[in-house]
Design a protein around this ligand. Structure first.
Ligand SMILES: O=C(CO)[C@H](O)[C@H](O)COP(=O)(O)O
Length: 207
């Protein structure tokens, strides 16, 4: 299982600092949606230039203009770009077209999708590389939140999936046991006093 670090920060400088600390322990460096909105596509270029050996993941969460939005992120240096699963099929097909043109991949984020397992199968058939079983930061803050349903949906889907939703060192083993191919961790790494140590701890919990 790969480890993905979601850098939900607001400046390129902060992201470069986080990436430098965590990179030895992670496979995928994610530029979070707030970072791309605040700093722009140049943040993608800066992270790829600093870490050409890492998979750079641009969390655009595209909802429309799939081909155009994916194209500009791939041109900026992204290896993987997200499109929302609640978007129409034509948006996903457009983004996949851009990915194919660049030799890169589309990840479909299933945040807000009611039947994640069913939609996962549909978007893989449309050409997505894998899906993200995702509970966002707001959903995580809701009373009674548990990400067990994400793991169950992933296992039920029968397709390649990542999981994101407040994963930490005590829960990452369960994510791996669910069959996920990627575990996404944001706050558990960037919110830790020692970012490198937090990333290393998560890596060590993956067997
Ligand atoms: O995409 C996101 C929010 O929409 C986050 O990057 C994702 O949820 C991972 O961060 P965390 O581990 O803090 O939940």
């Amino acid at each position: 299982m790969k480890l993905q670090f979601a850098m939900d920060t607001l400046t390129t400088e902060a992201a470069l600092e986080l990436a430098a600390a965590a990179a030895p322990h992670v496979d995928i460096l994610e530029l979070g949606t707030p970072l791309i909105k605040a700093a722009g596509l140049s943040a993608i270029t800066a992270i790829k230039a600093a870490h050409p050996d890492k998979i750079v993941f641009a969390d655009l969460k595209t909802m429309d203009a799939g081909e155009l939005e994916a194209d500009i992120a791939f041109t900026a240096g992204a290896d993987l770009v997200t499109v929302l699963g609640v978007a129409g099929d034509s948006t996903i097909v457009g983004a996949v077209k851009a990915a194919t043109a660049h030799g890169k991949g589309i990840v479909v984020d299933l945040i807000g999708v009611a039947d994640k397992a069913a939609r996962a199968k549909e978007v893989i058939a449309l050409g997505a590389q894998f899906v993200e079983m995702h509970a966002g930061l707001d959903e995580q803050a809701e009373e009674g939140f548990t990400f067990q349903t994400l793991l169950d949906d992933g296992a039920t889907s029968g397709v390649d999936f990542s999981v994101a939703g407040g994963i930490n060192a005590s829960t990452i083993a369960a994510v791996q046991q669910s069959g996920a191919t990627v575990a996404v961790a944001g706050g558990a790494i960037y919110g830790a006093p020692d970012v490198g140590a937090a990333a290393a701890e998560l890596r060590a919990a993956i067997v």
